[in-house]
Write a protein that binds this ligand. Structure first.
Ligand code: AN7
Length: 349
């Protein structure tokens, strides 16, 4: 059985007879219903879409498979991206799979350990710059103007084409679009891709509802909320530590056309949602991914009308990507001697 985004959604993607139809099994991620949290938040239904179940552990694989397939089709030999970590992991994996050499430019010391390990393992040339993501992206854009290297950041429209397939999957599974879609916003490509996906399915008659798009930036990296670029973005959620998003205008269009909102969530709200989701539902997303649920909790607290609403929160990447942040959360760890008595004592209290 052929699997993956290119096969499953061929009719909605820029696939030609010359497109190499490879896959690592991306897409088809779980949509997990959480009725207890729905009751707590006060919405009708609540689902989490676990994009961490993609082959490299984040939603980036959906768009990367399309971008890299098209680059291969067009005869590219090398691909390049700037990244806060997940894009580089995905580019490195799909570069290996399609036989294109991956180059990744990352902010030195500022990407999560698991993501760096992935780029190392998949054999990317890793260029760690002494600057932030926005500076890295500027450099990469300029490099591709003068070198024959395919750009696979989300400025490449094939990336958003692939990412829109997550919206298709939600509608296919619920047999309707949700009322509200909550997701983190960093470089702002994903919110634009989901909105494109929901509109295309709506136009194709597969959904009657168009969701309100609710995006959440980290408070220390919230250029869209503030209406101006942030020169030195700061947040514990390193994936969305971005001060000048490439898809800014598309994100604002998604917000306004859908009647949604883009808001800021603080690091405390992110970390609270990160722990709560793991401890109450067994869903371990990375800190940036917890911004979706942090945002929903904020909406509930602010009295946003949620009663009866069907809400989907996107968990964009797996928590295993960022072991350092996980280990900074107070855990319940007891070390003892290897005796029955010592372990019995550790069971209580
Ligand atoms: C887990 O990898 O920008 O708003 O370079 O890794 O579409 O950028 C990652 C972004 C959310 C934000 N959640 O999505 C990169 C990068 C996770 C992410 C986002 C990212 P966009």
């Amino acid at each position: 059985m052929p699997h993956g985004v290119l096969h499953r959604f061929e009719a909605f993607l820029p696939v030609t007879p010359a497109t190499p139809m490879l896959s690592l099994g991306e897409g088809d991620t779980p949509l997990v219903s959480c009725p207890r949290l729905a009751a707590e938040v006060g919405c009708g239904e609540l689902y989490f879409k676990l994009e961490g179940c993609n082959p490299t552990g984040s939603f980036k694989d959906r768009g990367m498979v399309v971008a890299v397939a098209k680059a291969a089709e067009q005869g590219a030999r090398r691909i390049i991206c700037a990244s806060t970590g997940n894009t580089s992991a995905s580019a490195a994996a799909y570069g290996a799979r399609f036989g294109l050499a991956p180059l990744v430019v990352v902010p030195k010391g500022n990407i999560a350990l698991g993501k760096l390990a992935q780029a190392v393992m998949y054999g990317a040339r890793i260029i760690a710059v002494d600057g932030n993501f926005d500076e890295a992206l500027d450099i990469v854009k300029r490099v591709t103007e003068t070198h024959p290297i395919a750009l696979v950041n989300s400025l490449n429209p094939h990336r958003l084409e692939g990412q829109k397939t997550a919206a298709f999957e939600i509608v296919d599974e619920l047999r309707e679009a949700p009322d509200l879609l909550c997701l983190p916003v960093g470089n702002a490509g994903n919110i634009a891709a989901y909105w494109k996906g929901f509109r295309e399915y709506h136009q194709a008659g597969r959904a009657k509802v168009l969701p309100r798009m609710m995006g959440f930036e980290a408070a220390g990296a919230a250029p869209i909320v503030q209406g101006a670029p942030v020169a030195h973005p700061q947040t514990v959620a390193s994936a969305i530590r971005i001060g000048n998003p490439a898809s800014w205008r598309l994100a604002v269009a998604a917000r306004d056309e859908s009647g949604g909102d883009i808001r800021a969530v603080t690091d405390d709200e992110i970390l609270n949602a990160y722990r709560k989701l793991a401890r109450q539902e067994g869903i371990f997303g990375e800190p940036a991914s917890a911004a979706s649920f942090a945002g929903l909790l904020q909406l509930a607290r602010d009295g946003y009308p949620l009663a009866g609403q069907r809400v989907v929160c996107i968990v964009t990447g797996t928590g295993l990507k960022d072991p350092d942040t996980a280990m900074s959360v107070p855990g319940d760890l007891v070390e003892t001697a290897a005796t029955i008595e010592a372990v019995e004592r550790a069971l209580i209290g």
